[in-house]
Design a protein around this ligand. Sequence first.
Ligand code: NI
Length: 181
Amino acid sequence: MAILKIARMGHPVLLRVADPVPDPGAPEIRRLVADMLETMEDASGVGLAAPQVYQPLRLFVFRLPSGRITEDPDDVPAGNSVLINPTLELLGEERGLAWEGCLSIPGLRAAVPRANRIRYRGVDCDGNVIAREVSGLHARIIQHEYDHLDGILYTMRMTEFRHFGFTEELSRAATALGDPV
Ligand code: NI
């Protein structure tokens, strides 16, 4: 396995619509997924999409530590996971605002509006279908990573530019600013 270089905002690979993965079980895809999981863990991230490692393919990895989920009973934890050729459906009109970061936009965080509840579907490398209806942080991570497959970064989803800044400063000012959730 290997730690991969992460593309940063400004690189065109982050702005294009990625291509479907023709064979999710192919050795090069399994290797890419293993490397992406290692890269995500190394960077202490909770999600990483293939375009972020210069591969314009419709797949991403994610994880959802049990300590970070919201109180919503449908916000389910997840260990190291992969989703290949996913589909995404936003459920209902409810939108929530919460902090997000991105490994391609290091050092910054912003409050981003997202659907509270979603349905998603995709396959893993063994062709198993993964289909879930989730809420909270789980739903937020999937929407963020899915956006990467369509060339969309969280900065393109922002509506509250007042809640945008360097992670270091935000954590220092956290008590004064309050959480936008
Ligand atoms: Ni990201």
